[in-house]
Design a protein around this ligand. Structure first.
Ligand code: FA5
Ligand code: MG
Length: 473
């Protein structure tokens, strides 16, 4: 059965994930369609493009420990509190995150495991690749389950040889890394007092050295991916692809300033791709309170989080993120980890767009954002499972765009290519709001009949009424 957590009646008492049972409560909002993906583990499936991409990136981090089997269910403490997320951070909201219950979520990022791995202290460098879950829009580059790789490297202040500084030690490691041969735009200073502050426990020299090691390591990843992508295109059986590969412009990447509650300074890396800048990863100098709370106060270092689908889409030119979930051999048989070849799309089936227009209920409750009883904007992490989740307000019923996305996913699965808001209107007299969404039905694997598209569309219309009390127009 499908249950969204909004209808108390349809919520099971417990959810079982990989043999472990969890009590549900009024926070539960994980539909069965999402739970079904938990067992897929695409990043561990031999010759799957996500797994090939993972191994390719791991190969640029020799000597690091590679973790690939962490359980997707984590505590609110692991996913948010240990990383210093403020209580009012929108990421904690039920509109953005899948809650198993009030204290337990499907991880929204691989950073959820950082503190645990630092605490275990089994190696100075590590990666963590895993499936992550987010309630999100529906389009060709967004899927509610995707894969990330976390990477981190730390140096121990207490292990610096005499007569050397920590910064010098790190610079020696920077020199050992290959020098990437690409054009990099990096116009900003390493730290900036307002926009990208140095952390109190660090010297400017330490931050510069950590940043240099981080940036060079990641630029090497990008160079590796793009040289493989070029080889793949050059080996293509399609003339046009081969010619394109020859005339391809040199790779352009840039560093921009960013913000994360668990790093400072922070950056994002963007790649110029098909006429536009594409964000591929976030990273920064690890927040010292995070390391302190993980019993590693003498360690200093960097962390990054990269989206594996995004990299795999660049590497193979895979046009739609839904394809990664395909069990169709026309997709799967194209990938071989011994030789990277450009993906050859199979024929596109016709699209069947349908619109749904509706009035929102008259009384729209407050935004469904978790609000704390006391305002707390501190970025210092509190202990895992701490007070943060206790202080959260009871969930409220409100319509959020991600709610229609979820209804569409439950009713139509992967048969929808995208969902876009095409019209929005507020009645001048009554003040009621009307929305119109266009749902573009298109299967990757077959032609949808008119009846199939209509059936899915009817189901979606009915669920909008029964779950959110909208009035169809
Ligand atoms: C994070 O998730 C941070 N945990 C990254 C991080 C780790 C920062 C360690 C600092 C230190 P963000 O939400 O931007 O950040 O996601 C990171 C990457 O995941 C993005 O750059 C993108 O490549 C990928 N990504 C994010 N959302 C999606 C999505 N809906 N579909 C596919 N890929 C996504
Ligand atoms: Mg981002």
């Amino acid at each position: 059965p499908n249950y969204s957590g909004y209808l108390m009646d349809s919520r099971p008492k417990e959810l079982t994930i990989h043999g472990k049972s969890y009590q549900t409560d009024s926070w539960t909002n994980v539909p069965s369609t999402i739970l079904e993906t938990v067992s897929r583990k695409l990043h561990q499936q031999d010759n799957h493009p996500i797994s090939i991409t993972r191994k390719l990136i791991e190969s640029r981090f020799p000597g690091y420990q590679h973790h690939n089997d962490f359980f997707p269910v984590v505590t609110v403490g692991q996913n948010f509190d240990s990383l210093g997320f403020p209580l009012d951070h929108p990421g904690r909201s039920r509109t953005d995150t899948y809650y198993i219950n009030k204290h337990t979520v499907l991880r929204t990022h691989t950073s959820a495991h950082q503190a645990d791995v630092f605490r275990a202290n089994t190696s100075s460098g590590f990666t963590i690749s895993a499936d992550v879950y987010r309630r999100d829009a529906i389009d060709r580059s967004h899927y509610p389950v995707f894969h990330q790789m976390e990477g981190a490297m730390t140096w121990d202040r207490n292990a610096v040889p005499e007569g050397k500084t920590l910064a010098q030690l790190i610079w020696e490691d920077v020199e050992k890394l290959p020098k990437p041969d690409i054009v990099v735009e990096d116009p900003n200073p390493t730290t900036h007092p307002e926009r990208n502050p140095l952390q109190k426990p660090h010297t400017q020299e330490e931050a510069e050295a950590v940043a240099a090691h981080l940036k060079r390591s990641l630029e090497n990843v990008v160079v590796e991916i793009f040289s493989k992508a070029k080889e793949a295109a050059a080996a293509s059986t399609i003339d046009e692809v081969r010619n394109q590969a020859q005339s391809q412009e040199p790779l352009k990447v840039r560093w921009i300033e960013a913000y994360f509650p668990f790093t400072s300074p922070s950056w994002e890396l963007e790649i110029f791709w098909q006429g536009d800048w594409l964000e591929v990863l976030g990273c920064g100098v690890i927040s010292q309170p995070l390391l302190d709370n993980a019993d590693a106060p003498s360690r200093v270092g960097w962390a990054f989080g990269i989206g594996l689908e995004r990299i795999a889409m660049l590497l193979y030119e895979i046009p739609d993120i839904r394809l990664f979930w395909s069990k169709d051999s026309r997709f799967l048989s194209q990938f071989d980890e011994k030789k990277i070849c450009r993906f050859v799309p199979f024929s596109k089936y016709p699209a069947a767009p349908r619109d749904v227009a509706f009035w929102l209920p008259k009384v729209v409750p407050q935004d469904d954002v978790v609000t704390a009883t006391a305002s707390n904007t501190s970025t210092s992490p509190s202990p895992a499972g701490g007070l943060a989740s206790e202080a959260a307000a009871a969930p409220t019923l409100a319509f959020h765009e991600n709610d229609i996305m979820e209804i569409v996913r439950s009713a139509a699965g992967d048969s929808v290519e995208d969902v876009t808001l095409v019209d929005e209107f507020t009645h001048p007299k009554t003040g009621r709001r009307s929305l119109c969404y266009r749902i573009n039905y298109r299967s990757l694997e077959s032609t949808l009949t008119k009846e199939q598209a209509n059936d899915m569309h009817d189901k979606i219309r009915q669920e909008l009424v029964s779950k959110f009390g909208v009035e169809l127009r």
